[in-house]
Design a protein around this ligand. Structure first.
Ligand code: URP
Ligand code: ZN
Ligand code: ZN
Length: 454
């Protein structure tokens, strides 16, 4: 007799969807997978007619973010992770970005405190090295593994605030090689971005569309090319965050085909939105970097997902309000970068699956298995298997989800309309966190995961 049995669902197992039942033990892990009605439990959860998916893992989110005076987001670890769980995300990896004057370790220590007792879902952090405390922070990379951190993020853009020079990034890569850390890189060539911005200023093109015109696909591809070359030189794997263009993903494809260990993600907004958003009367609401591009780029990203060039889909969630975005809407340079989306990634991708763009297994790989494998959570997370944490979703394929309103700490949604499918329940470590939109566990249920590499 098991503690809990999930009965009658179509379960997305690593080998594909199967009609099986799942048994969960008191330790919150899966204890058995059995033929329909074979397993007995003290509590039976009826999943008849539902799809049982591995819980979503979003490895690129910004919560309560502050990296310059105009870049402060509205949420905290509770108000961000409640909607995350409502939207089927069960683990996140956040970026411990140092604020002005803070070192990498100080930012991590502050983040641990901010998340503890607050996060509803499980979490960990990417360490971040920024320009203003570069020298002191390098020394901190040696201590990351002992804290259960396996990743270091650097920005090749944003030279006015948190960006690094290529020379500094090279130094970080060399340490990552020695310390077995995976570097993550925001890849846009700063000098090309600055020239792009200057061009738009000269044309007096400061409206939201000017943001797209200033940050070209060439700048992304150029940065990815040099970042990959530097990673190869330092003999370190590398993860390229938020790939937005045909050109950038083509470089990654070539590198992967040559045998280099390059990982990459794209984000929901680059797959489901296009540059028409910038002609909306409030086009500033969609300003993020790299920018949302034309349909051609969107289609290329879909192809690269199918080819396996892009490992996963994340959100790059940033919860700014309408007011924050609109404050300087007449000058794209002053609009805070980033858009909210943590709650909607899984619903949008479930809908795309129901419309035939993915199968259930592809969906599970892009949203759970790949992030778990790349970011040190596998096989504890990202898979429905005996011994793994019982993190899963019960999805009603016949329901629907309104994308125009959500529960994130903001007053707008970048998406509109209705998605097919509805997340009926979200479970983490054998407990139901959300049932039909209602929160069933206490604030702070989430635990910090240890995710060192190898
Ligand atoms: O526009 C974005 N993406 N802002 C957040 C920081 C980053 O570049 O990931
Ligand atoms: Zn970025
Ligand atoms: Zn980001």
């Amino acid at each position: 007799m098991f503690d809990i049995v999930i009965r009658g669902g179509l379960v997305v197992l690593p080998q594909g969807p199967s009609r099986v039942d799942l048994a969960i033990g008191s330790d919150g892990t899966f204890h058995a997978i059995g033929a329909p009605s074979e397993l007995e439990g003290k509590q039976i959860i009826d999943a008849d007619g539902l799809v049982v998916l591995p819980g979503g893992i979003d490895p690129h989110v910004h919560i309560k973010m502050e990296f310059s005076k105009i870049q402060k987001t509205m949420d905290d670890f509770y108000t961000a992770t409640v909607p995350a769980a409502m939207g089927g995300t069960t683990s996140i990896v956040e970026f411990a970005i140092p604020t002005e004057g803070e070192t990498t370790q100080e930012a991590l220590s502050r983040r641990y405190q901010e998340a503890a007792g607050m996060s509803l879902i499980d979490y960990n952090f990417h360490a971040v090295v920024v320009g203003h405390t570069f020298a002191e922070s390098l020394a901190h990379l040696r201590g990351l593994k002992d804290q259960g951190i396996g990743t270091v993020k650097v920005f090749s853009a944003y030279s006015d605030s948190i960006g690094l020079t290529l020379g500094q990034i090279q130094e970080v890569f060399r340490i990552c090689h020695r310390e077995n850390l995976l570097p993550l890189v925001h890849s846009e060539t700063e000098s090309l971005i600055l020239k792009g911005i200057a061009d738009q200023v000269a044309k007096n093109n400061l409206v939201p569309h000017g943001h797209l015109d200033s940050r070209t696909a060439l700048a992304e591809a150029d940065a990815i090319r040099s970042i990959c070359a530097m990673a190869a030189d330092a003999d370190v794997p590398v993860f390229i965050v938020h790939v937005s263009s045909a050109d950038g993903s083509a470089v990654i494809r070539e590198r992967r085909l040559s045998g280099q260990e390059v990982y990459a993600e794209t984000c929901t907004q680059y797959l489901f939105l296009d540059d028409n958003v910038f002609w909306h009367p409030n086009g500033e609401l969609w300003i993020c970097s790299p920018p949302i591009r034309t349909k051609d780029h969107q289609e290329a990203l879909w192809k690269e997902i199918k080819l396996g060039t892009l490992d996963l889909i994340s959100t790059d969630h940033n919860s700014f309000s309408r007011e924050q975005k609109a404050l300087n809407r007449d000058d794209f340079r002053k609009v805070p970068n980033g858009i909210p989306g943590l709650e909607f990634r899984m619903p949008i991708l479930i809908s795309a699956t129901l419309e035939g763009r993915f199968d259930w297994l592809e969906l599970a790989k892009l949203t759970a298995e790949a992030p778990a494998r790349i970011f040190g959570m596998w096989p504890r997370k990202g898979i429905i298997a005996v011994g793994s944490d019982a993190d899963f979703l019960l999805v009603d394929p016949n329901g629907e989800t309104d994308l125009s309103i959500g529960h994130m700490a903001t007053d707008y949604s970048p998406y509109e309309g209705t998605a097919r499918g509805r997340i009926h329940q979200t479970w983490v470590r054998g407990n139901c966190l959300i049932k039909d939109g209602e929160v069933l566990v206490e604030r702070g249920y989430g635990v910090r995961l240890e995710t060192p590499r190898g």
